[in-house]
Design a binder for this molecule. Structure first.
Ligand code: AVJ
Length: 317
C-alpha cells in the first residue's frame, strides 16, 4: 500500500467557510465534519440502533456483490469517501471468489482513516493492492486516478445526498464524463420513508449524532482559529417534508460573538440562530429517475430491500 499518497488536493479550509458563514441561512460544508475525531464519531453513528442506512446498505451489498462483480469484472475499484472501507469488503470477497484480481483506490478526506483502513484490508486480503488517496473529491474529480483497465467507481452511504439537487446532478455528470464504455458506477442512495424513522436516525438516543454535529465547531476552532463556544450551541436535525431531506443545524442557545482569525471576521449569533451543517437528501422513485436522466446515467441493476429503505444502483455511462 502507498498510504495517503500526496498529489491529490488535500482538504482546504477557508474560502468556502467564509461564503457559508456570510450567507443566509448560514452554513458550513459537511465535509468539514470528517477530521480524525469526526470520522470516528461517524463510524459510531453507523453502529447506533437508529441509523439504518449503513446496516441496510451493508446487507444489500453482501447480497448483490457477486452480481456486481459478475457485471463489472473490475480491475480497479475506485471508492469516493471510503471511510473504514467496511462495506467494500463484500466486493473484495466477491472478487476473491471470482478470481478477479483488483487494485483498490480509496479516496477520503481523512488521512488517519485511510491508513487504518488500508492496513486492516491488507491483513485480511493479502492479494489486494491499494493506493490510498487523501483527496477532497467533492471539490473536484481531477484527483481520480487514470488507470488502464475496467474500473468500478463506488460511491456509497448516500453521501451524494449531501449535495443540493442541482449539484448532485452536476457531480454525477462530471463523473460520467470520466467513465469509459467498460466502466461502472455503484451508487448508494437513501430513500424516502416514514419521517419518524428518518428523524430518529439523525437524533439517536445516545447523542452520538449530536456530538458529531458539534464536533464541526471544534474543527472550525482548530483549523480557522475560531472561538466558537461549543457549549453554547445545540444539535438539531429536522425532516423537511417538502424537500424530502434531513437538515442538520447547530442552534445558538445564547448570544455569542464568534471571531474567526483566518477570515478576519466576527460572526454574531442570537439565541435560536441556526447554522446549517448538513443536508441529507432522501430519494423518491421520481427524484431518482430525474437524477439519472439529468446525469445521463443508465441503470444496469437496482438492488433494494423489500421495504425500499435504501437503493444500490449499478450504473453505466
Ligand atoms: C455520510 C453523509 C451519508 O447523510 O446520513 C449521519 C452523514 N450525518 N448522521 C448521512 C450523517 C448525520 C451521512 N452521510
Amino acid at each position: 500500500m502507498y498510504p495517503a499518497a500526496a498529489g491529490a488536493a488535500a482538504v482546504e479550509y477557508g474560502g468556502e467557510v467564509a461564503g457559508g458563514l456570510s450567507a443566509s441561512p448560514r452554513s458550513v460544508p459537511s465535509k468539514y465534519f470528517y477530521d480524525a475525531r469526526g470520522s470516528v464519531l461517524f463510524d459510531r453513528i453507523c453502529h447506533t440502533p437508529e441509523y439504518y442506512p449503513t446496516r441496510t446498505e451493508d446487507r444489500l451489498l453482501a447480497e448483490s456483490a457477486a452480481s456486481i462483480v459478475h457485471y463489472a469484472r473490475p480491475e480497479h475499484i475506485i471508492e469516493l469517501g471510503s471511510g473504514t472501507s467496511r462495506k467494500t469488503r463484500h466486493l473484495f470477497d466477491a472478487c476473491e471468489k471470482a478470481e478477479q484480481a483488483v487494485h483498490y483506490w480509496p479516496l477520503d478526506v481523512c488521512a488517519e482513516m485511510l491508513t487504518d483502513a488500508g492496513l486492516a484490508l491488507l491483513a485480511d486480503y493479502p492479494w489486494l493492492s491499494i493506493t490510498a488517496l487523501e483527496a477532497d473529491y467533492l471539490a473536484g474529480l481531477d484527483a481520480l486516478p487514470v488507470a488502464a483497465g475496467r474500473r468500478l467507481f463506488v460511491f456509497l452511504g448516500g453521501t451524494l445526498g449531501n449535495f443540493e439537487q442541482q449539484q448532485a446532478a452536476c457531480f454525477l455528470r462530471e463523473l460520467r464524463g470520466l467513465m469509459a464504455p467498460d466502466d461502472y458506477l455503484l451508487l448508494g442512495l437513501d430513500r424516502v420513508k416514514e419521517p419518524s424513522v428518518l428523524k430518529a436516525a439523525y437524533n439517536d438516543a445516545a447523542g452520538v449524532t449530536a456530538e458529531f454535529n458539534l464536533n464541526m465547531l471544534h474543527v472550525l476552532n482548530r483549523e480557522l482559529g475560531a472561538d466558537f463556544p461549543v457549549d453554547r450551541f445545540r444539535h438539531r436535525a429536522v425532516y423537511n417534508r417538502q424537500a424530502e431531506r434531513i437538515e442538520m443545524y447547530l442552534i445558538a442557545t445564547k448570544a455569542v460573538a464568534v471571531s474567526v482569525a483566518a477570515l478576519g471576521g466576527v460572526y454574531r449569533f442570537e439565541p435560536g440562530d441556526r447554522l446549517l451543517t448538513e443536508i441529507s437528501q432522501k430519494y423518491s422513485g421520481e427524484r431518482l429517475a430525474a437524477l439519472m436522466a439529468e446525469a445521463g446515467l443508465a441503470e444496469c441493476a437496482h438492488f433494494t430491500p423489500p421495504n425500499r429503505y435504501f437503493s444500490l444502483l449499478l450504473l453505466k455511462a
